[in-house]
Design a protein around this ligand. Structure first.
Ligand code: FES
Length: 103
């Protein structure tokens, strides 16, 4: 099993916000969904839009490039144009630290 690595602190990602970090050489977006932290690929499967710079509403992120939407818990496509899901990553919170396991 891959080790969890610290990528951010809880106070860096307030509810409804996202932060882009690097995990295992890949860009990963951390999102605070109403107090729960989730991690997913920052790269849209459509044309590689930076999802962490998009719009987060509850557990759905909208890509800033063409408006595609993904569920950030499951990675599933909510709205096209993307057709492929994004990768999601396991998250652990220890004290004030947010940790993510490389997929
Ligand atoms: S790059 Fe994300 S919707 Fe096109």
């Amino acid at each position: 099993m891959a080790d969890y690595v610290k990528v951010a602190t809880v106070d860096e990602v307030p509810p409804g916000e996202m932060k882009i970090v690097e995990v295992g050489g890949e860009e990963v977006a951390i999102a605070n969904v109403n107090g729960e932290f989730v991690a997913f690929s920052n790269t849209c499967t459509h044309r590689a839009g930076p999802l962490g710079e998009g719009l987060l509403v509850d557990d759905v992120v909208e890509c800033p490039f063409h408006g595609g939407q993904f569920n950030v818990r499951t990675g599933d496509v909510v709205s096209p144009p993307p057709s492929e899901p994004i990768k999601t990553y396991p998250v652990q919170v220890e004290g004030n630290d947010i940790k993510v396991a490389p997929a």
